[in-house]
Design a protein around this ligand. Structure first.
Ligand code: NAD
Length: 456
C-alpha cells in the first residue's frame, strides 16, 4: 500500500500536469461522482444504518439527496463559475487595459470529515474541490467505519485515482497526514481538534476552512402557532438523533410560551415516534458508547428537570427524545454543544433578555427564531451574529445550495455549498494585461519625480 506521502506526491504530480484544469475533465469527474452516489444508494444506506442506525428517509434526505442536489447545481453552473470575471471598475489610467479575475484551482487539498453525516461531509466539499479543478485527499471519520470503508472502496472505482484518494485512519494517522504540505485544508469537526488543525497548517501557511459546531439557540417569542412550532422544532432537533451540527441546541422562551410548548412537544413526539421512541424505526442511535456516556453524564449532572423522555439504554446506545426545564445558564447542559437528543429549555422574560443571552455566548453555527411577528424575527436577526439563520424552522437553510454554509467566530471560518464551495477551493487571481497605448498618461509616473509638484 502506498504511504501518505507517496499518495500526496502522486496527486501533486497530476495537478502540475494541468489535467484537472479543463472544464470537460471536471465535468466528467462530477458525472462519475453522480454515478457513484446513484448506483450505490443501497450500499450507502446500509453503511449509514450500520454506523448510526440512520432511518432510510434521513439517509436519503440528508446524505444522498443533499449530495445529488449539490452535484446537479455544480454541473449546471460550472461553465459560468469558471468564466473569467470582466466586470471590474476601471479608472482613467486603466481604461485601455484588459482587467479580469480568474478562478484558479489551489492544488492538492485535504478534506477531513466528521462522523455525524459521514457521507455528505466528505462528498459535498469534494464536489466543490473537483468543480474548482483541484486534486483532493479525503479523510473520512474513522468513527463511522462502514461508511469510511465504503468511500475507500467506491472513490477509486469511480474517480480518477491520480487526482483523488481516500486515506483512512484515526487521530494519529490524521496528525501524521497533517505534517505534509497541502494547498488547502477543509476540516469539519469539533472546536478542540480545529485548534490542532490550525497549528498543523501554520508551518506551511496553508489556508484553512473550519466547519465547526456550537450551541445553536432556538428562540421562540411572541405570538405563534405552538403546534406548528413544536413539529418544526422536534423535527430539526431530533433528526439524526440530535447529532447535527445545526440542530437547535436549546430553546429560549418565556415561561408562558414554555407552558404552552411542553404539551405540544409531548404530542408531537408521540405522533413522530409512537409511545416508545426506542421501538421506532425512525429514531437513530448515539454513534458510540463513548458518545452515549458523554450525553448521559451531561444529563445526570444537569440540575434541570426532565419533563419529557429521559429513558436510555446502554446496550444499544439509545436515548429517548428528552426535554428539560428549569435549566440555568450554569447548568452542565449549557456548557458545551449537546449533540444528542436532549433539549433544555431556558426561560427569559423579554426579547432583550433573550438577545443578551445569545450575545453572551460564542457565536453559534445557526440561530433559529420562531415567531408569527416578523418584527421579532428581524429584531433578533439584526442584533445577533451566527453562521447561518433561519426564521420559523430549523436545519433547512443548510440544504439550499444558493446559501453559503459555514460558521463565524468559534463556530468556524469559511463556507461552502454551491458556488461558495467553488470559491473556497479557488484562488481569485486578479489579472491585468496592459495596453501599449496611452503612454502619455504613463509618462507621468516615471522619474525624475522632481519634475512634478505633488504638493499642489
Ligand atoms: P470526529 O471525531 O469524527 O473528528 C473529525 C475528524 O477529525 C475525523 O476525521 C477525525 O479522524 C479527525 N481527528 C480527530 N482527532 C484528531 C486530532 N487530534 N488531530 C487531527 N485530526 C483529528 O468528529 P467530531 O470532532 O466529534 O465532530 C463533531 C463536531 O463537529 C461537533 O462539534 C459538530 O457540531 C461539528 N460538525 C460541524 C459541521 C459543520 O458543517 N459545521 C458538520 C458536522 C459536525
Amino acid at each position: 500500500m502506498a504511504s501518505q506521502s507517496e499518495v500526496i506526491d502522486r496527486l501533486r504530480a497530476t495537478f502540475r500536469s494541468g489535467v484537472t484544469f479543463p472544464e470537460p475533465f471536471r465535468m466528467t469527474q462530477l458525472q462519475n461522482l453522480l454515478s457513484l452516489v446513484e448506483e450505490n444508494e443501497q450500499l450507502i444506506q446500509d453503511a449509514l444504518h450500520k454506523d448510526l442506525h440512520k432511518p432510510k428517509f434521513e439517509s436519503v434526505l440528508s446524505e444522498i439527496q443533499i449530495t445529488l442536489n449539490d452535484l446537479y447545481f455544480a454541473m449546471e453552473n460550472l461553465r459560468t463559475w469558471m468564466q473569467p470575471e470582466y466586470n471590474i471598475g476601471k479608472n482613467l489610467a486603466t481604461r485601455m487595459d484588459d482587467c479580469f479575475i480568474r478562478r484558479e484551482p489551489l492544488g492538492v487539498v485535504l478534506i477531513i470529515g466528521a462522523w455525524n453525516y459521514p457521507l455528505h461531509l466528505i462528498l459535498l466539499p469534494l464536489v466543490a474541490a473537483i468543480a474548482a479543478g483541484n486534486c483532493a485527499i479525503l479523510k473520512p471519520s474513522e468513527i463511522c467505519q462502514a461508511t469510511e470503508q465504503l468511500l475507500a472502496e467506491l472513490i477509486p472505482k469511480y474517480l480518477s485515482q491520480d487526482c483523488y484518494a481516500v486515506l483512512c485512519g484515526g487521530a494519529e494517522d490524521t496528525k501524521s497526514l497533517l505534517k505534509n504540505k497541502f494547498d488547502h485544508i477543509f476540516y469539519t469537526g469539533s472546536q478542540v481538534v480545529a485548534r490542532s488543525i490550525l497549528l498543523a497548517a501554520a508551518p506551511h501557511l496553508t489556508p484553512v476552512t473550519l466547519e465547526l459546531g456550537g450551541k445553536s439557540p432556538c428562540f421562540i417569542y411572541g405570538h405563534i402557532d405552538i403546534h406548528k412550532a413544536a413539529k418544526r422544532l422536534c423535527w430539526s432537533k431530533f433528526f439524526n438523533t440530535g447529532q447535527s451540527c445545526v440542530a437547535p441546541d436549546y430553546v429560549l422562551c418565556t415561561t408562558q410560551t414554555r407552558d404552552a410548548l411542553l404539551p405540544a412537544l409531548r404530542e408531537t413526539l408521540r405522533t413522530f415516534y409512537g409511545p416508545d421512541p426506542g421501538a421506532s424505526l425512525d429514531m437513530g442511535r448515539i454513534v458510540t458508547p463513548r458518545h452515549w456516556r458523554r450525553l448521559m453524564d451531561m444529563l445526570e449532572k444537569s440540575k434541570g428537570k426532565v419533563v419529557i423522555g429521559g429513558e436510555s439504554r446502554e446496550e444499544d446506545r439509545y436515548i429517548a427524545p428528552t426535554v428539560l426545564v428549569d435549566v440555568q445558564e450554569s447548568d452542565a447542559l449549557m456548557q458545551e454543544e449537546i449533540f444528542g437528543p436532549i433539549l433544555p429549555i431556558l426561560t427569559i422574560e423579554s426579547l432583550e433578555e433573550g438577545i443578551d443571552y445569545i450575545n453572551r455566548q460564542e457565536k453559534p453555527l445557526a440561530l433559529y427564531v420562531f415567531s408569527d411577528e416578523t418584527s421579532v424575527v428581524t429584531t433578533v436577526l439584526n442584533n445577533t451574529s451566527s453562521g447561518g439563520f433561519c426564521g420559523n424552522d430549523g436545519i433547512v437553510h443548510m440544504a439550499l445550495p444558493g446559501l453559503p454554509f459555514g460558521g463565524v467566530g468559534a463556530s468556524g471560518m469559511g463556507s461552502y455549498h454551491g458556488r461558495w464551495g467553488f470559491e473556497t477551493f479557488s484562488h481569485r487571481r486578479g489579472c491585468m494585461n496592459r495596453s501599449w497605448l496611452l503612454e502619455r498618461v504613463n509618462v507621468l509616473r516615471y522619474p525624475p519625480y522632481s519634475d512634478y509638484n505633488l504638493a499642489t
